[in-house]
Design a protein around this ligand. Structure first.
Ligand code: ZN
Length: 482
């Protein structure tokens, strides 16, 4: 399947050509784990999940790294403000490590609830500090970086293609940046960015620091902590290599974080860092930017507390393309929940009906739906279109067996867990003894094999054990005779 992707680098749709024919390397900027992630962050993570699932669906071996930033991300994405982890630690009277543990656990609970696949790698920045130090040293040795008493900076003027990703005008950037950060008078240029902060100046009280080979007259042993951008450059290099196929993140990362990652990685490694940059647009609430201060930084827990299924949120996310803004409202979520329930019900109907059908052939009609589903995915991950094809499949004149087979395949990308949901429902029958449950399963197998004599014997055995069989849209269920 010929896949096209929209590459932020160059701002156009391009044919997708991986570095190696069957393996794809993806790095996705993960959360800074100092607070509960709001549903806007979860949307970004879901977009990454859909890209990974799509590429696996097309047969690629995908290596996917999604990091945890647990040090060095300041309250401003540029070099100003307090470290977010320390802010979290002070807020809750915990250490930064405890804060990281707490919010990683919460984040992972949420990602499981919305059925995100586990990434191949989940690096924590604090576990890669020696590698970060090595990369900063490389940049110093090559003349791309310099130290002041307060920090080691990347020297932007040494990297002429600095604005390639963002398309910004460097002159304008320079004049705009003039007022942003005046905390270090020795910085050569206001747009130079920190690779390493010494435990000095505004960071004199920093809680997470490491010794380093870098020198400052203000600290012993180069004590300090890494900048946020070098973390991602280092973890990507260490886990995936010098050049990767796809780098993902929110559009807010284009002008600073990802621009800086490119500058660091390409200067240190002497090769292109990323082939395709994919950026997801934001989730807005009632058409406004999400904000904790407005009470609209909703968490998944708030959605669950209001009685929604977490997968209804996933279903809602499937309704917008990753490069489009999506507007969250409670009405829209309610509509998504209804849509999901209807989708599940129709899926189960096909599954149940399938057991009675003997048709084996996948018709050319069924292949047409599959082809259209594939084409939607291959067209820059057009998930809303793919979901629409899934709905058309349900409503089509195909046989139940074909529909069931197609929908199961489609759900490997959509991730609505359709088959498992059915199994979970069955487990509500847990009070029925396992021996009897097994008789039912055997009867299903006998019926599938068209051994109706055996099926009838098993029905009698179930009856004698004191239970009856009820056929429901979710398949046959057992009831206890009263
Ligand atoms: Zn990052």
């Amino acid at each position: 399947m010929k896949i096209t992707v929209y590459n932020t680098l160059g701002r156009q749709l391009e044919g997708f050509a991986p570095l190696s024919p069957d393996k794809i390397l993806i790095y996705h900027c993960g959360p800074t784990v100092y607070w509960t992630q709001h549903i806007g962050n979860l949307r970004g993570m879901t977009m990454g999940d859909l890209v990974v699932r799509t590429l696996r669906f097309f047969g690629y071996d995908v290596r996917h790294a999604r990091n945890y930033t647990d040090v060095g991300h300041l309250t401003s994405d540029s070099d100003a403000g307090e470290d977010k982890m320390e802010k979290g630690a002070k807020r809750e009277g915990m250490t930064p490590e405890q804060i990281a543990d707490k919010y990683i656990a919460l984040f992972e609970r949420d990602t499981r609830a919305i059925n995100l696949l586990e990434p191949t790698y989940k690096p924590r920045a604090t576990e890669y500090v020696p590698d970060m130090i090595a990369m900063v040293q490389t940049l110093l040795d090559k003349g791309f970086a310099y130290a002041t008493p307060l920090a080691v900076y990347f020297d932007v003027k040494k990297f002429p293609s600095y604005t390639r990703l963002s398309g910004q005008n460097l002159e304008q950037l320079l004049s705009g940046a003039g007022s942003a950060d005046v905390s270090d008078p020795n910085k050569h240029s206001p747009i130079d960015f920190a690779l390493w902060f010494f435990k000095a100046g505004t960071h004199e009280q920093a809680l997470q620091t490491w010794p380093s080979p870098f020198s400052s007259p203000l600290v012993k042993n180069g004590e300090g902590f890494p900048g946020w951008h070098i973390e991602c450059s280092t973890m990507a290099k260490k886990l995936l290599g010098d050049t990767i196929d796809i780098h993902m993140g929110g559009i807010e990362h284009i002008p600073v974080h990802h621009t800086n990652e490119i500058a660091q990685s390409e200067s240190a490694n002497d090769t292109q860092f990323v082939t395709y940059w994919l950026h997801n647009e934001h989730l807005v609430v009632d058409n406004e930017k999400m904000a904790k201060s407005l009470g609209t930084g909703f968490s998944l827990q708030e959605i669950i507390d209001k009685g929604y299924d977490p997968l209804a949120l996933r279903y809602f996310f499937l309704g917008a393309h990753y490069r489009s803004k999506q507007n969250f409202t409670w009405d829209a979520l309610r509509a998504a929940q209804n849509g999901l329930e209807e989708f599940r019900k129709r899926f189960l109907e096909q599954k149940t009906a399938t057991k009675q059908e003997s048709a084996d052939q996948i018709s050319s009609g069924a292949r047409e739906y599959k082809d259209r589903f594939d084409a939607a995915l291959a067209s820059d991950f057009n998930i809303p279109q793919a979901l629409a094809v899934a709905w058309e499949t349900i409503k089509s004149k195909l046989s139940s067996k074909e529909k069931y087979a197609l929908l199961k395949t489609m759900d490997t990308v959509l991730g609505l867990n359709l088959d498992a949901y059915h199994e979970q429902n069955r487990q509500e029958d847990a009070h029925i003894p396992e021996t009897v449950q097994r008789l039912l399963e055997e009867r299903e197998q006998a019926r599938a094999a068209q051994n109706f004599e055996r099926a009838d014997q098993l029905r009698t055995a179930i009856k004698e054990a004191g239970y009856y069989i009820e056929d429901t849209p979710a398949g046959p269920r057992l009831g206890e005779k009263t």
